[in-house]
Design a protein around this ligand. Structure first.
Ligand code: SF4
Length: 430
């Protein structure tokens, strides 16, 4: 891969809201988009994710989801064998057979996602045509969609973006006389979704839906009356497609920590004409609980330095939370991609002078990290163990998507994720 490291145009040229970004291209250390299936299959309860991939893909999924053994799992792998790779068998025929067997055995499946992988892309298996063909065969009982989870040029959270993007064309159009509605976009743990639904109800916002829905048959309608609030910062393609269908994105930071959650709810309240006093009253108890929970962590994390390797695309909102609400020092905040529009409020809130990096040249970043000797390193699993053996303290970024961290009532849990490794290290040193 080409080795390119360049600085963006100077801050003075861009205006002060946009910080300086170190752009890097080179070797990357990230998981692929298949990983998203681990949380998506729990969220969309009548869907099945069929990975069209190799034994490597199957092993990745088994080890990533290793603790969860179901009698009736909601994901699996159609293995591309060497015969397929060598063009000796018709992969489409084999896929049709696998899908036929699966759907005959599992009448509970209402949406089947064919998930592309590196091997299916290498042999140029056209899964979009396969999905159309299989949909024709199995509709109306089962809808068959496709997206790619390939690790070629993607990061693990993009798997969710691709999955949700595949749902957007299936969403019904809103009625011509539809009242304004709120669409929360991004997979949230059910407990968090329920909390937000209660808050919107208390604010008097009536028409609220979530993408993805818990049941795939309950896809919400979309159109010019839809106001969308992104719950995750990695949904570029999904947001683009929703905007194409008329939805209007509400500008807000992401609902992480007290500040992010407050502003996120405020954006919805303003869009739906909710009085500021009512908003303050509705959120005050949860806000107070969150502040109390964070108090305890501020003592443990305040003044500690943290270095983010680019991985989950949650780095900027989390860094903003750790710096502003817990007093941590940001050494470097790396992210695979910085979507300037979706992150605009987040970037404004970052402490002045924060070193941001976009993309990755892993060797150079490792050198910078070692030179900085931060108290805590947030990185993928592949880097964490070697760093730990060097005496550094690490946090696996993938835990940020496996753990409910959004909203007021999860702010303490989010802080705990970063406090725990430091506590563990302190105990080991005693
Ligand atoms: S999709 Fe690609 S990166 Fe992911 S497990 Fe399969 S081969 Fe590996």
């Amino acid at each position: 891969m080409s080795e390119l490291a360049l600085r963006d145009t100077t801050a003075a040229e861009r205006g002060c809201a946009e910080p300086e970004v170190l752009k890097e291209r080179g070797q990357r250390e990230v998981f692929c988009g298949l990983t998203g299936i681990i949380w998506l299959h729990r969220k969309i309860q009548d869907a099945f994710f069929l990975i069209v991939g190799s034994r490597t893909c199957a092993h990745l999924m088994q080890s990533a989801a290793g603790v969860m053994i179901f009698a009736e799992p909601r994901f699996g792998t159609a293995i591309i064998e060497e015969r397929d790779l060598a063009g000796m068998a018709d992969a489409n025929d084999e896929l049709d057979r696998v899908v036929g067997r699966l759907l005959a055995r599992r009448p509970d499946i209402k949406t089947l996602f064919l998930v592309g992988s590196c091997p299916s892309e290498v042999i140029k298996l056209d899964l979009s045509r396969a999905a159309q063909r299989l949909s024709r065969q199995h509709m109306p009982e089962v809808r068959v969609l496709n997206y790619t989870g390939s690790g070629i040029e993607t990061t693990f959270t993009q798997g969710e973006d691709m999955c949700l993007a595949s749902l957007v064309p299936e969403m019904p159009a809103e009625a011509a006389d539809a009242a304004p509605s709120l669409l929360v976009v991004g997979a949230l743990a059910d407990v968090v979704e329920d909390q937000f639904a209660r808050t919107f109800k208390a604010l008097g916002i009536e028409h609220v839906s979530f993408l993805p829905p818990r049941r795939s048959a309950e896809l919400p309608a979309v159109g010019p009356q839809t106001r969308m609030l992104l719950a995750q910062p990695f949904l570029c393609e999904t947001a683009r497609l929703l905007e194409e269908r008329g939805a209007q994105r509400l500008e807000a930071p992401f609902p992480l920590g007290v500040e992010g959650t407050t502003e996120w709810l405020q954006a919805a309240a303003e869009a739906f004409g909710v009085d500021g006093q009512r908003l303050r009253e509705v959120i005050a108890p949860a806000q107070r609980r969150a502040k109390v929970a964070l108090e305890h962590y501020r003592e443990r994390l305040g003044g500690k330095s943290i270095f983010f390797f680019p991985d989950s695309q949650l780095e900027v909102p989390i860094a903003r939370f750790l710096a502003r609400e817990l007093g941590m020092t940001l050494v470097e905040v790396g992210s695979p991609y910085l979507h300037r529009q979706h992150l605009s409020r987040e970037l404004e809130l970052l402490p002045a002078g924060t070193q941001l990096s976009e993309g990755q040249h892993v060797d150079k970043q490792i050198d910078r990290c070692r030179a900085a000797t931060p108290d805590l390193v947030v990185c993928g699993l592949g880097l964490a163990n070697p760093f730990e053996s060097e005496g550094m303290t690490t946090k696996w970024s993938i835990e940020l998507v496996f753990t409910p961290i959004h909203g007021f009532d999860q702010a303490g849990d989010l802080a705990e994720l970063f406090a725990r490794p430091l506590l563990r290290k302190a105990k080991l040193e005693v």
